[in-house]
Design a protein around this ligand. Structure first.
Ligand code: DX5
Ligand code: ZN
Length: 212
């Protein structure tokens, strides 16, 4: 399991050090939650913050765009240093065009499903996308409870991705208690915010996640 710590749980006054700390804990990626206050009920950060921290981290930048019209901002997030850009199937942009735009800039593209969005919505885009993100909470905030009822959806998506070399990411409430369950159901990238950032020994948590 790859580990992508959600910086939404970081101390924003210490972003540079928090990036360093995550690297020292053995994290593979950095998960950056961009929320516009329209797509989901929170406002986090945007292009300038991504650009600022880029010079302080060589980890893979895994952007999770929870914004209404991602297509408008792909170029700017690419220039700011994104490696992966994941956006939501429930957004207003054209999905195929947005994936193509991400790929045209040499980046990897992910598509995300909110908890109420059915598997069928992602089927037309599985071949094109590099990563599918199955949300295990409603988008917006760190520290929410994991929705175990997303497991059949996760399993179905991993079956559809069989043999296609896809990354399957889970995000929301991931902890030591459910990492085995999400792995069993096919996830291979774990996003984790509060569990890693609030841990007494975050390195041990990351090592534990890596063991699945
Ligand atoms: C929620 C975000 C998540 C969140 C995860 O909208 O997409 O990445 O920060 O935090 P935890 O692991 O605390 O649920
Ligand atoms: Zn996220």
């Amino acid at each position: 399991m790859l580990v992508s710590p959600s910086m939404l749980s970081a101390d924003f006054a210490e972003l540079k050090n928090e990036c360093k700390r995550m690297k020292e804990c053995g994290c593979d990626w950095l998960h950056l939650d961009v929320i516009d206050g329209v797509f989901a009920p929170n406002i986090t950060f945007g292009v300038p913050v991504v650009k600022s921290i880029r010079s302080h981290s060589d980890l893979v930048f895994d952007l999770h765009l929870m914004i209404k019209d991602p297509l408008k901002y792909i170029e700017r997030f690419a220039a700011a240093g994104a490696d992966f850009i994941t956006f939501h199937l429930e957004c207003d942009s054209d999905i195929e065009q947005t994936i193509d735009k991400i790929h045209s800039l040499g980046l990897k593209a992910g598509v995300a499903l909110k908890p109420k969005t059915p598997v069928e919505a992602v089927i037309p885009f599985i071949d094109k996308a590099d990563m599918i993100l199955v949300m295990t909470v409603e988008p917006g905030f760190s520290g929410q409870s994991f929705m175990a009822d997303m497991m059949p959806k996760l399993k179905k998506i991993s079956e559809l991705c069989q043999g296609k070399n896809k990354l399957i990411q889970v995000d929301g409430g991931i902890s030591e208690k459910n990492i085995a369950l999400v792995a069993e159901n096919g996830a291979n990238v774990a996003v984790s915010g509060s569990t890693i950032f609030c841990a007494e020994d975050p390195k041990a948590v990351v090592e534990f996640f890596h063991s699945f």
